[in-house]
Design a protein. Structure first.
Ligand SMILES: [Zn+2]
Length: 151
């Protein structure tokens, strides 16, 4: 998969946490907002209007599971779900891939595995500023989301 997205920032979407019939859930490389994930469609598709009903149904189920799961894990105040595709259109021949940015947002700071996560942009649009955290903490976040997702 190739993609260009200022929120993803890296060559991949991150670490795979789970997959459904039509979507893959990744833990995003940047954890500026604790629990940030990317939900990518498994097939190449350029716009939301081209999704079929089974893909939307699967997504609906996944949204409920993700929000319930991260509520239990980190108890954020709200979630941003965004589908941007902006950066792909800087190319002359844009080839965007449908993927959602799932961004838990926090009014108060949260401590996890000895790290403090605050949300300096709370109440505003999320900023594509990377926050890279240690590998072992990434793995623990993944496990935490996965554990609750599969309850
Ligand atoms: Zn992206």
């Amino acid at each position: 998969m190739t993609m260009k997205c200022e929120y993803c920032q890296t060559e991949g979407y991150g670490d795979l946490i789970e997959e459904t019939s039509y979507w893959m859930i990744f833990l995003a490389p940047s954890q500026r907002y604790l629990g940030t994930c990317v939900v990518a469609l498994k097939r190449q598709c350029q716009s939301l209007s081209e999704l079929d009903d089974s893909e939307w149904d699967d997504f609906k189920f996944l949204v409920r599971k993700m929000e319930t799961s991260v509520n239990e894990a980190f108890n954020p105040d709200l979630y941003n779900w965004s589908c941007f595709k902006n950066a792909a259109f800087r190319d002359e021949d844009p080839n965007p891939e449908i993927h959602w940015h799932f961004l838990p947002r926090y009014q108060n700071e949260v401590e996890f595995e000895g790290l403090i996560f605050n949300d300096p942009d709370f109440g505003y649009i999320p900023q594509p500023i990377p926050r890279i955290i240690p590998r072992d903490v990434m793995d623990k976040i993944k496990l935490e989301i996965k554990k609750n997702y599969n309850k």
